[in-house]
Design a protein around this ligand. Structure first.
Ligand SMILES: [Mn+2]
Length: 358
């Protein structure tokens, strides 16, 4: 990875009139407060300057939620710094306000609070210096944890963007076209185009409201779903040559050499696993790719019968029931063996359940 430039706006703010607040300055009796929306709004209204961040290698939900949260803070008259440790994938670079996201790895503040979107712990952010601040954790993953001073985890939400929408509604914010565009992107990407995850009637109701507010579903879909670089298709070809099937499991992989040969980036690995879960009769799928550092990135998908967040959890990662991931030690074939060792028993249980009900 390229050297990460420092975050220009993360130095102490010259106009700042308030002292740096530390997590210990805040007294919240119950971290799993009964009314997280009201508690979060109270913190936002009481402060002036906030940092908004998400997980490393940000996806559509991470980026769209960060941008929408920044817009909400802007409407509230607050200052928002948005930061990512990794580049924004090209398909999201057309999102409104995306230039406001700064690349960086160390944060300084001062901030009244740091908002973490889609993270089950500080380590997911790949940012240093966060532990000094009051932390607000907003998540919808099964693997979500109450690690922050204030936690709002709704595992029913289709995207964290859906939670940002609810927060903006409670704050009385105006749903502008740019905000609606960012929030629609979070739902479109996290549900795989309204195909999986927590897609339900309320998801379409929210999409309806966002389109009425100016989100253009055709233009957003074109940007997000039909703008892949050619390198991604070449990499997909290499991955499909490594496709294997065993019963109800399918898996495929690419080596770092194959990534280099196709001139692909790690971002191009996004979504390749969907071609394996897309096979008839397959209940769980895995895609592994080798990083430049020799680590192995694992993506898991399920059609719902198997909870891949548990499998990812046993391999040091996490996620949702139907979509999860992890980072493993190499070499690639050893990592694949560890993944199959976890997947096979879960499929055996599934086969039993299917034959019992037959
Ligand atoms: Mn998400």
């Amino acid at each position: 990875m390229d050297a990460i430039p420092p975050i220009p706006n993360c130095a102490p703010h010259p106009a700042s009139r308030f002292a740096v607040r530390r997590a210990s300055d805040f007294k919240i009796a119950d971290p799993t407060t009964a009314d997280p929306i009201a508690s979060i709004l109270a913190i936002l209204r009481g402060g002036e300057r906030f940092l908004v961040c998400s997980h490393c290698r940000p996806d559509g939900d991470a980026i769209g939620s960060m941008l929408a949260f920044g817009m909400l803070l802007g409407q509230m008259g607050k200052q928002a710094d948005l930061v990512s440790p990794d580049q924004i994938p090209s398909i999201y670079r057309g999102l409104p306000g995306v230039d406001a996201i700064q690349l960086g790895s160390v944060v300084h503040g001062p901030y009244d609070a740091v908002i973490l979107l889609e993270c089950d712990g500080l380590e997911r952010t790949n940012l240093q210096g966060l532990e000094a601040f009051f932390l607000i954790n907003i998540d919808h993953h099964l693997s979500g944890r109450n690690f922050a001073q204030l936690n709002w985890i709704d595992r029913e939400a289709a995207s964290v963007g859906e939670l940002v929408y609810r927060l903006a509604q409670a704050a009385g914010a105006t749903l502008t076209q740019p905000m609606a565009t960012c929030l629609y992107t979070t739902i479109l990407t996290d549900t795989g185009g309204f195909c999986y995850g927590a897609t339900r009637a309320s998801t379409f109701a929210l999409a309806h409201r966002l389109v009425l507010a100016g989100a253009d579903p055709i233009r957003i879909a074109e940007q997000v779903c039909f703008s892949a670089p050619a390198s991604k298709m070449l990499l997909l070809g290499a991955a499909l040559r490594n496709l294997k099937r065993e019963g109800r499991i399918a898996w495929l992989w690419v080596t770092h050499q194959e990534i280099m040969r196709t001139c692909a980036s790690e971002q191009d690995c996004e979504g390749i696993v969907n071609f394996a879960i897309g096979i008839a009769g397959i209940e769980a799928a895995a895609f592994l790719h080798e990083t430049a550092e020799g680590r192995i990135r694992l993506s898991l998908r399920s059609k719902g019968a198997v909870d891949v967040s548990q499998i990812a959890g046993r391999l040091g990662g996490g996620g949702h029931r139907t979509s999860a991931g992890s980072s493993l030690e190499g070499p690639l074939m050893d990592a694949l063996q560890r993944v199959l060792n976890e997947l096979r028993p879960s499929m055996a249980g599934l086969q039993r359940r299917i034959s019992e009900t037959a």
